[in-house]
Design a binder for this molecule. Structure first.
Ligand SMILES: Cc1cc2nc3c(=O)[nH]c(=O)nc-3n(C[C@H](O)[C@H](O)[C@H](O)COP(=O)(O)OP(=O)(O)OC[C@H]3O[C@@H](n4cnc5c(N)ncnc54)[C@H](O)[C@@H]3O)c2cc1C
Length: 833
C-alpha cells in the first residue's frame, strides 16, 4: 500500500468512490481509497437506486443533475453497465397545495435546466392505466431520471477511478488521525474475518496524506470522535418491500408497454417502482427510529434490521389504493437498513470545522442520487479552491458547537419523516424546539410571536393574533400568501410609517483585536476600514474573488473591531476568520479572535419614530442631542445607556429606515426589552418579525447573505461597487477582477398574481428566453406589489428593462428598477431630530 498520498478517501460507498474518481479526474494523481470491509458494504448495497431530481435546493439540484448525466456516461468509459433504467419519474399530487409545491419546485428545476412535464389525471390514466387517478389533481413528470443499480454504479465508478490511477484498498480501517502541521498521519489497521465478523488484526501502518476526505456513511459518529468534531450525521431506519409479480403488470409489459416510471405519491409518503414484474414500495413513514447514535456495533456489517410491517401499514394500504392490482400479490422480500440523515436532510459536504485539509462527505440520505455530483463538486472545491456552485448550504459548519447527539438523532428522525410533507417555503420544523432562546423569548411568545429557527435560535418570524391556537403558524403556511401575510404587512407598514422593534439576537458577532488586527482586516475585507466609532459594510472574499461573508464592521478602537454577520452562519464565519487570521499572523502580527455571539443580544429599532422611543429612556447629560445626527451620525457606533442597560448602539437599519441596532449584554435583555416596551407604547411601537424585515430590505435593494451574496458571485456582480475599495490590496481582488461581470444583481418590481409573491427561486424570462433567476422575493408595502431581487444577464440588468417572472406556471410582468426603489437618496435613514 502507498504510504504517501496527496489525498486519502476513507469509505468505499457510492460517495467515497465518486470522490476518489473525481479527484483523480481533477488532476490529483496520487489518490488512495480505503474501505474497512468491501466496496458498497455500507448503506450503498441495499439502496433502492432511485435517482430523483426533485429537490428544493439550487445547489442540490445541480448535484443531482450532474449525477444523472454522469452515470449515463459510465458504461462507455468503463465497460461496466450500471443498470441505469431511464424510466422517468412521475410525482403525483392529490391536492392543489401539492401542485403548488411542484410548481415552486419546477422554478428551481427550470433555473437549473432540468426537464419536466405536467400531466393531468386523464393523461396519467391514459399512459398508466394500472393507476387509480380519480383522486389526483395532476403530476409532474421528469423524463430523464429513473433508477440505477447502486452496487453496479459504485463498481463502475471504482473501475473508472482505478483507470485514472486511484488505488483502492479494501479491509483497511482508519483508526486515528493526527495533523502534523503539514499533513495528516493516518493510522490504519488491517481488518480480518473472524467467525463471520470483521475484526482488527495486529497489522497497522501510518499513511502520510496531504488531504483526507471522510465518506464513512453510518460510521460518521466514530469518525467524529476520531477527529474531535461534532458531526450531526446519524442514520435512521428505512425500509422497502418487494412484492411478488403482479399478473396485471406482467400482462401490461408483455403487451409491449414500457416500464412504469418511478411513481411517487407524495401525499401518501411513498415511492414505487417496478421490480421483475412486481413492485418495490419505499415508504417514508412516521416513527422510524434513529440508529447507531454513538457507533455502529462491530457485529453490524452489510446487515439489515428486521422488517417492521406495522409501521408502514398505512403506506402499504395507500399503494394498494393507487395500484389496485397490487392488492392480491404477496411479499417477496424486504429491506430495512440504516439511511444516514442530518437535521436538515442535506449532506455535510466540505471542509471540516477547525481542521486543515480535512474534508467531510457525511450524512447522505439520497447518496446514490447525490454521489456523482457530490464527488464532482467536492473535487472542484479541493483541487481548485472553489466549486462552480455555492456549496454553503451543504457546508459541514452550518451546525455549531451547540449541536448534540440527542438533537441530531431527533432532528434526523424528523427530517426522514418530513421527506414527503408539503415543503412550504415558510415551513418551520417543530422537533427539538425551543432550544436556543434569548431572555426575551417568553415575553415575545406571550405577545404572539411565531418563531422561526435560525442556527438553533428562536427568532420571531412575525407576531400573530394574541389568542392564536398552537397550530396557527402551521396552518398559516402556504405556497402563496399564507395566513401570516397580513400580519407581516402590518409590521412592515409600522416600520415605514411609525416604529417597530425586531429581535436580531441571532446575529453572528466576532471581536477581532490585537496588533495585527487592522492590517489583517484591511487585507481580509474589500471595503476600506472605518474610522474609530464608525461602521462599514464590507465583504470577505474567497480565493476565487466571490463573496465568502458579509460583515458590518464596527471599529471600536485603533486595533479592535466588532464584526457582525448573518445569524445562520456562526461556525462557518468563525472558521474562515480564524483560519485566515492564523495564516496571516506571521505577516501582520498577533490577531485575537473571539466569537461573542452568545454574549450579546441585539434589538433593531426602526422607523421614523424610533428616535422618539429611544429618547424616552436614554440616559445622557443632554438626552435631546445624544441621538441627533451631530452626535450620532448614520453609520456610526456609540456606547449609550438605555435605563440601566449599557448599549453598543449602531446606527444602521436593515429595513432602510431611521434606526439603530441595540447590542446589549445578553443577561440584561429582559430588562432592556421591558424598558423599550414601556417607551414604545407611547409611540405605538409594533413588534416586527423577520418576514417583514426581509420584504423591507428588498425595497432598499439590500442584498442578503445566502440569497444574493454567496460563493457563486463577486461583490461586483452583486452590484456593490460602493463597498469595494479597488485602490487597496485585498484578498481575492485579482480573482474578482478577472471574473468580470458574468451576471448582475438587480431589483425588480413584479405585477404578480394577487394571492402570491415570489419566494426567490423563480426563473426570469425575456420573451421565450430564460435570462436569469430570482434569489429573493416578497411583497413591497411601499409599492403595493410583489418585489424580488435576482441575477440577470448584465445587458438586461438595467433599470426600465421589462421582463417576466414565471410563477405557478404563468409568466408575470416584471420591471428592473433602480437600486433602492424606496427612498433612493437615503433621506429617511439619515433623518435628523
Ligand atoms: C433501504 C434503503 C433504500 C435506499 N434507497 C435509496 C435510493 O433509492 N436512492 C438514493 O439515492 N439513496 C438511497 N438510500 C440511501 C443510500 O443508500 C445512501 O445515501 C448511500 O448509500 C450513502 O453512501 P455513502 O458512500 O455515503 O455511505 P456507505 O455506503 O454507508 O459507505 C460508507 C463506507 O465507509 C466505510 N467506512 C466507515 N468507516 C470507515 C473507516 N474508519 N475506515 C475505512 N472505511 C470506513 C464503511 O465500511 C462503508 O462501506 C437508501 C438507503 C436505504 C437504507
Amino acid at each position: 500500500m502507498k504510504t504517501h498520498v496527496k489525498a486519502l478517501v476513507v469509505g468505499g460507498g457510492a460517495v467515497g468512490t465518486s470522490i476518489a474518481y473525481h479527484l483523480a479526474g481533477a488532476g490529483w494523481d496520487d489518490v488512495v481509497l480505503l474501505e474497512r470491509d468491501e466496496l458498497t458494504s455500507g448503506s450503498t448495497w441495499h439502496a433502492a437506486g432511485l435517482l430523483p431530481y426533485f429537490n428544493m435546493s439550487y445547489a442540490t439540484t445541480h448535484i443531482h443533475d450532474y449525477s444523472i448525466k454522469y452515470y449515463k456516461t459510465l458504461e462507455e468509459e468503463t465497460g461496466l453497465n450500471a443498470g441505469f433504467s431511464v424510466v422517468g419519474n412521475l410525482r403525483m399530487a392529490q391536492s392543489s397545495a401539492r401542485m403548488d409545491e411542484y410548481m415552486l419546485y419546477a422554478s428551481t428545476a427550470e433555473t437549473c435546466g432540468v426537464p419536466f412535464e405536467w400531466l393531468t389525471p386523464a393523461q396519467i390514466k391514459e399512459r398508466y392505466p394500472l393507476l387509480r387517478t380519480d383522486d389526483l389533481v395532476g403530476a409532474i413528470f421528469h423524463p430523464t431520471d429513473g433508477y440505477i443499480n447502486p452496487a453496479d454504479v459504485t463498481m463502475a465508478m471504482a473501475k473508472g477511478a482505478r483507470q485514472r490511477g486511484v488505488k483502492i484498498e479494501r479491509k483497511w480501517q482508519v483508526d486515528s488521525y493526527h495533523w502534523t502541521g503539514d499533513h495528516w498521519d493516518v493510522t490504519v489497521t488491517k481488518m480480518v474475518e473472524k467467525g463471520g465478523n470483521l475484526v482488527p488484526s495486529d497489522e497497522q501502518m501510518v499513511i502520510h496524506a496531504e488531504h483526507v476526505v471522510t465518506a464513512t456513511g453510518n460510521h460518521a459518529q466514530r469518525t467524529a470522535k476520531l477527529l474531535g468534531l461534532k458531526i450531526p450525521a446519524i442514520p435512521v431506519e428505512h425500509q422497502y418491500i418487494v412484492t411478488e409479480p403482479d399478473p396485471a403488470l406482467v400482462d401490461w409489459r408483455k403487451a409491449g408497454n414500457p416500464e412504469h416510471p418511478v411513481l411517487r405519491d407524495a401525499d401518501a409518503k411513498w415511492y414505487v417502482r417496478e421490480e421483475r414484474g412486481g413492485w418495490i414500495l419505499g415508504p417514508y413513514e412516521r416513527n422510524a427510529p434513529a440508529r447507531f447514535e454513538y457507533n455502529v456495533p462491530d457485529s453490524f456489517r452489510a446487515d439489515l434490521f428486521p422488517l417492521d410491517l406495522e409501521r408502514i401499514e398505512e403506506e402499504y394500504m395507500s399503494m394498494i389504493h393507487r395500484i389496485p392490482t397490487s392488492e392480491t400479490v404477496g411479499l417477496k422480500d424486504d429491506f430495512n437498513g440504516p439511511i444516514c440523515y442530518t437535521p436538515d436532510g442535506n449532506p455535510l459536504l466540505g471542509p471540516a470545522p477547525g481542521l486543515r485539509n480535512m474534508w467531510l462527505a457525511e450524512g447522505f440520505s439520497f447518496g446514490i442520487t447525490a454521489a456523482g455530483g457530490a464527488g464532482y463538486y467536492l473535487a472542484q472545491l479541493m483541487v481548485e479552491g472553489e466549486a462552480e456552485i455555492d456549496m454553503a448550504s451543504l457546508d459541514p459548519k452550518r451546525y455549531g458547537s451547540w449541536m448534540t447527539t440527542e438533537y441530531a438523532a431527533r432532528k434526523n428522525e424528523e427530517a426522514y419523516e418530513h421527506v414527503y410533507i408539503l415543503h412550504h417555503p415558510d415551513e418551520e420544523r417543530p422537533a427539538c424546539r425551543p432550544l436556543r432562546t434569548a431572555p426575551a423569548y417568553d415575553r415575545q411568545k406571550a405577545l404572539g410571536a411565531q418563531f422561526g429557527c435560525v442556527n438553533g435560535w428562536e427568532r420571531p418570524n412575525y407576531y400573530g393574533p394574541l389568542d392564536a391556537p398552537e397550530t396557527f403558524d402551521h396552518d398559516a403556511r402556504s405556497f402563496r400568501r399564507g395566513a401570516w401575510w397580513p400580519h407581516a404587512v402590518e409590521e412592515a407598514k409600522a416600520i415605514r410609517e411609525g416604529v417597530g422593534l425586531i429581535d436580531a439576537t441571532a446575529f453572528t458577532k466576532h471581536v477581532v483585536k490585537g496588533p495585527g488586527a487592522t492590517a489583517f482586516l484591511d487585507w481580509f475585507t474589500c471595503n476600506r476600514l472605518p474610522r474609530v466609532g464608525r461602521i462599514n459594510l464590507t465583504y470577505a472574499l474567497t480565493d476565487h474573488g466571490t463573496t465568502r461573508t458579509e460583515y458590518t464592521i464596527v471599529r471600536l478602537d485603533e486595533d479592535e473591531y466588532y464584526l457582525v454577520s448573518a445569524g445562520a452562519w456562526t461556525a462557518y464565519d468563525s472558521d474562515y476568520l480564524r483560519k485566515s487570521a492564523e495564516d496571516k499572523a506571521a505577516e501582520f502580527g498577533y490577531i485575537e479572535i473571539q466569537d461573542v455571539t452568545t454574549q450579546w443580544g441585539v434589538f433593531a429599532i426602526a422607523g421614523p419614530k424610533s428616535r422618539d422611543v429611544l429618547r424616552e429612556i436614554v440616559k445622557d447629560a443632554d438626552p435631546a442631542t445624544v441621538l441627533g445626527n451631530k452626535r450620532f451620525p448614520w453609520l456610526s457606533c456609540r456606547d449609550i445607556e438605555l435605563g440601566m442597560c449599557p448599549v453598543r448602539a449602531i446606527r444602521v437599519a436593515y429595513t432602510g429606515e431611521l434606526g439603530w441596532e441595540l447590542h446589549h449584554p445578553i443577561e440584561m435583555q429582559a430588562y432592556l426589552w421591558d424598558q423599550l416596551m414601556v417607551a414604545g407604547a407611547k409611540h405605538d411601537m409594533k413588534l416586527v418579525g423577520a418576514r417583514a424585515q426581509n420584504w423591507l430590505r428588498q425595497e432598499k435593494s439590500y442584498r442578503a447573505f445566502g440569497n444574493e451574496l454567496g460563493r457563486d458571485a463577486t461583490p461586483l456582480e452583486a452590484d456593490l461597487p460602493r463597498f469595494v475599495d479597488l485602490s487597496k490590496r485585498f484578498h481575492g481582488k485579482e480573482a474578482m477582477e478577472s471574473l468580470g461581470i458574468r451576471s448582475k444583481c438587480c431589483t425588480l418590481l413584479i405585477d404578480g398574481p394577487n394571492d402570491a409573491d415570489p419566494w426567490g427561486r423563480e426563473a426570469l424570462y425575456d420573451g421565450d428566453t430564460r435570462v436569469g433567476r430570482l434569489t429573493s422575493g416578497g411583497y413591497s408595502v411601499a409599492f403595493g406589489k410583489s418585489i424580488g431581487m435576482g441575477y440577470l444577464r448584465p445587458d438586461l440588468a438595467v433599470p426600465g428593462v421589462k421582463l417576466q417572472v414565471r410563477m405557478f406556471g404563468e409568466l408575470w410582468d416584471a420591471e428592473v428598477v433602480e437600486d433602492s426603489p424606496y427612498d433612493p437618496k437615503n433621506e429617511a435613514i439619515r433623518a435628523d431630530g
